[in-house]
Design a protein around this ligand. Sequence first.
Ligand SMILES: NC(=O)C1=CN([C@@H]2O[C@H](COP(=O)(O)OP(=O)(O)OC[C@H]3O[C@@H](n4cnc5c(N)ncnc54)[C@H](OP(=O)(O)O)[C@@H]3O)[C@@H](O)[C@H]2O)C=CC1
Ligand SMILES: O=C1O[C@H](COP(=O)(O)O)[C@@H](O)[C@H](O)[C@H]1O
Length: 514
Amino acid sequence: MSTTKKFTVEKIDYIYERLRTQITSNESSITSQSYVFFIIGASGDLAKRKIYPTLWWLYRDGVLPKNISFIGYSRSQLTIEQIFENSHKYMKIQEDEHDIYEKFLKLNSYISGSYDKSEDFENLNSKANKISHQVNAHRLFYLALPPNVYESVSELISKHCRPASPGWLRLIIEKPFGKDLESSNKFSQHLNKLYTEEEIYRIDHYLGKEMVQNILVLRFSNRIFSRVWNRDSIAGVQIIFKEKIGTHGHGSYFDEVGIIRDVIQNHLMQILSILAMEKPRSTTGEDIRDEKVKVLRCIAPIKLENVIVGQYIDDKNVPKDSTTPTYAQIILFIKNERWDGVPFILRAVRSKALNERKAEIRIQFRDVPGRMFDEELSENNVERTLARDELVIRIQPDEAIYLKINTKRPGEMNFSIEETELDLTYNERYQGVKLPNAYERLILDVFMGSKINFVRSDELQEAWRIIDPILAEIEKKKLQIIPYKFGAIGIREAFDAAVKQGFIYTRTYVWEDD
Ligand SMILES: NC(=O)C1=CN([C@@H]2O[C@H](COP(=O)(O)OP(=O)(O)OC[C@H]3O[C@@H](n4cnc5c(N)ncnc54)[C@H](OP(=O)(O)O)[C@@H]3O)[C@@H](O)[C@H]2O)C=CC1
Ligand SMILES: O=C1O[C@H](COP(=O)(O)O)[C@@H](O)[C@H](O)[C@H]1O
């Protein structure tokens, strides 16, 4: 036990020491160079729940540059103390962290101003120069804003808030990146007039999650997987997102967006592209993103029969005749040599009505040819076949990788077979190791100028190309929206569609009918 503990403590220090080293070695002048991190939309929900807490943890853990200041900006007349009060409960400050928290607070300030007036951004610029004592401080802008103000804000930042040379500017933009292919392209064109692609960081926080980042390592550093990662061995892939919360009174927002735009077009498509891409030449530069785009380009147009949409709404802000899905299952096919004929099932649901919160990937392998164990499998004259192997990557909650396999039931004299798992559950294997959360990693990536985990405009364009026709059909009411009940385990039609594509649910799975 004590050995595990020692290992754990060293591991934590090791993770943060590595981060510190990576950051400082990336820029030799990091100690003298000033940085300003702007949170635009500082009064909002994302800033309160994610961005301010993340900045605090990064500062506390000593992984941010020394000369840094943080400036919050939004229209509300607030003080920085009020902003911090709102964020306090998400920051999880420990007893012995009060001194360092006070230091962090002193580095923060707040300025209020509009999102569309030049003079307000000129004012922001001059205040930033004063606060950082440098006109050439590196500047990072996090747009934690609703998309209706992205255009004006990005224009005014580029016009009025660029640092003097050699300071650089990096613009972090939150999804949604448009609401369809056309609006997304239009926004990309707008950005391209104002910024170089190098300056733009489109954030998809799923790319910062431990297990999503692990896919690359799992696939390309294990011979055992790389040899079978194809249509010859894999029968089907499921990428599943379930959220056990409703629309939280944001029903009118969600009614415009829906689960396909909110989760499938971005998070699940990103996971799919990493799971299915060819091996990148290296982990540097654009190699990974190049491969992601290539595989997205191979995705065939989705047939309507492969889309199931459902709805569970208990929010008075959503109109009664809404056609916005809170549940969607899309089955798509990748037309290339590796994947032809393999169904990729993307399923997402956001509703209080479901039974659990989960994000996971299930890779189901083909049946073993030849049936030498049939006799052992049949019990009480009930015939059954060997269960398929399945590799499960659980993204959340409780990160884990487990491989479902068949094994001989221990101690039996014959070849009695049972299913079991080779199990790498993180909180058991890596006890007490604190994993940086997605926003911590991604914000650090921006500091380091690493774009691997951000969405490039051509990836975005491809994801919209795939999803857009489905959204159009839903809007034309060509797809039946299936209602589901509180506490349901899913939608039977979606389950049936997956089975029709050859996905086999284990015998332990029993469908609970109404
Ligand atoms: N919240 C979350 O967990 C997540 C959010 N996102 C994305 O991050 C961005 C910000 O999200 P979130 O913080 O929830 O958004 P909010 O609705 O909280 O908006 C942020 C701030 O923008 C200003 N604002 C709100 N509505 C408008 C409007 N119609 N016109 C102009 N300004 C407005 C408000 O500040 P003020 O009035 O003071 O100017 C508000 O505090 C969005 O693009 C969202 O899609 C992405 C993933 C998760
Ligand atoms: O981007 C989004 O993701 C969250 C889910 O994120 P998670 O890290 O908690 O899994 C989702 O609630 C939100 O609707 C969506 O916009």
